[in-house]
Design a protein around this ligand. Sequence first.
Ligand SMILES: NC(=O)c1ccc[n+]([C@@H]2O[C@H](COP(=O)([O-])OP(=O)(O)OC[C@H]3O[C@@H](n4cnc5c(N)ncnc54)[C@H](OP(=O)(O)O)[C@@H]3O)[C@@H](O)[C@H]2O)c1
Length: 250
Amino acid sequence: MNHLNDRVAVVTGGTRGIGKAIVLALAGSGAHVYALYARSRKNAESLEQEARDKGLKITIVRGDLAHEKSYQDVVDRLHDACDHIDILVHSAASGVHRKAMDLSERQLKWTFEINVFAVHRLTCALIGKMRNGSRIIGITSPGGTRVIPSYAAVGATKGAMEALFRHYASELAPDGITVNLVCPGLVMTDAAKALPELEAMLEKTLEYTPSGRLTTPEDVAEVVRFLTTPAASQIVGQNIVIDGGKGLMA
Ligand SMILES: NC(=O)c1ccc[n+]([C@@H]2O[C@H](COP(=O)([O-])OP(=O)(O)OC[C@H]3O[C@@H](n4cnc5c(N)ncnc54)[C@H](OP(=O)(O)O)[C@@H]3O)[C@@H](O)[C@H]2O)c1
């Protein structure tokens, strides 16, 4: 499927985990993908090598999106490099894992800085490059609407992101730019491995997932890829859950 030939995509958090799978899926469909990351140079180099081996158009861009100067360097680089941006995927996220009552204001603000404010800043900075037919896709989490142990900070940011994206969707649809969210269940990435109660969560997830398996980064990437096709042009402001049915269970 080469429907993204001549298209340009920007994927934050694009060198590992779910973001990396999305980068490979979009580049595999012909897009030139700018894969953003913050610190982990080793993952970036390994993706660069994979792109060379597979002949994919992937450009790696380093920068901490929560740091003013570094963020501006990323935006300047994208502005210089891209005449237009057709797909913007917000996959980068970080945060403090604490119970709500143990969470300081500083920790909550820091988590909002990367998961909400950086998302909004980047969207506003790049929207001028986006044309009719473009797509903005955010990655949210079941923690945006439900309780995951010690996930108060990240969960709050995901809830805020979902509200923000509803407004993006309704404001940008008249210009032919569709905005949607995808919501994976538990995916075994570095972020998931850092969850304080991972073992118990894994066991519960498998027990209550009707499909009988965990969601993979590739499951998520395929849905994102679908959202970039012309067939998805009438999907506006939705939050597509990819969890093997776990969210159905009482
Ligand atoms: N894994 C799950 O179970 C799960 C479930 C539901 C939703 N999600 C969501 O899916 C998305 C991807 O998660 P993941 O599990 O793939 O995460 P991950 O493996 O931890 O990757 C996170 C990515 O975000 C980047 N990042 C973090 N802080 C940044 C900053 N300040 N500036 C720029 N980039 C930054 C990281 O860059 P470096 O590599 O340089 O650190 C990394 O590429 C997130 O939005 C997450 O909330 C994950």
